[in-house]
Design a protein around this ligand. Structure first.
Ligand SMILES: [Zn+2]
Length: 258
């Protein structure tokens, strides 16, 4: 009996993890535009000459052709070509660690075999920005990514009014972001709540700006005050609501502060 035909399709893919498999092959965790997160066997991936035109590398954007027999099991990576190698990300540690964090967060938010094109586009856009922007914009690109990732995660903090007392934030310099309450509260209202993180009035204004305006417009401007605090507060928010620690967060933080 003939096996079911292999259906194959071209899509864009970011290689997230690559494990050696058999003698010359690899199993790759890919974030793709059309299939969501998948695992695929890349036969001959470690050979210099293969359908991928060279060894696979993490963090690289490929145009790949993938398929599988039937609707279960591993995908096969038939061929691929590099769309974006992100050479500067590989050269500079601060860009590299920021990019690792982007990939790790995107991989956590992307479900298996469920396309999430908005998240995929956001990850690719951010990697391009981290690769090409002046080095003093890397933190801005990462923070913009985290702000949008928070929106896409389905755990969007309430920022309009204090979740404890209902009061507004006008003229308040020091606020808290409380994941257990679900958003921003006054310093005195959020005291003692689980997982609270400081958020200045400036950082809150910056966050609403990152949500409201176009990414290109934001990245064209110099970074604003309150950016570092907003970045670490958003990171803590994501770790709390997703109930996990991101391994790349520590190294990214150290290099951005250096
Ligand atoms: Zn309050």
């Amino acid at each position: 009996m003939r096996s079911r035909a292999t259906r194959s399709k071209a899509t864009e893919a970011l290689a997230y993890r690559i494990h050696a498999y058999a003698e010359s092959s690899a199993i790759t965790a890919l974030l793709t535009a059309d299939f969501g997160a998948i695992r695929a066997v890349a036969k001959g991936a470690k050979r210099i000459k293969n359908g991928l035109r060279g060894p696979l590398d993490t963090g690289v954007l490929y145009r790949v052709r993938i398929g599988r027999r039937g609707s279960q099991g591993l995908f096969h990576l038939h061929s691929g070509s590099v769309r974006e190698a992100f050479a500067c990300i590989r050269r500079e540690p601060v860009r590299f660690h920021a990019a690792c964090l982007v990939l790790e967060v995107a991989a956590d938010l992307m479900r298996e075999e469920e396309p999430h094109r908005e998240l995929f586009r956001l990850a690719v856009f951010t990697l391009k920005a981290i690769d090409r922007a002046p080095v003093d914009r890397v933190e801005l690109a990462l923070t913009l990514f985290l702000a949008r990732a928070v929106s896409l995660s389905g755990h969007v903090p309430e920022t309009d009014a204090c979740l404890a007392c209902g009061g507004d934030f006008k003229g308040r310099g020091r606020l808290l972001l409380s994941p257990s309450l679900g958003g921003v509260v006054h310093l005195e209202c959020g005291h003692g709540a689980a997982g609270v993180r400081p958020l200045s009035g400036r950082s809150l204004a910056l966050l609403t700006d990152l949500w409201a305006r176009s990414a290109g417009e934001i990245l064209a401007e110099p970074p604003r005050a309150g950016l570092s605090r907003l970045r670490s507060t958003l990171m803590a928010w994501l770790e709390y609501v997703l109930e996990r620690r991101f391994r790349a967060a520590g190294p990214a933080d150290r290099h951005l502060r250096a």
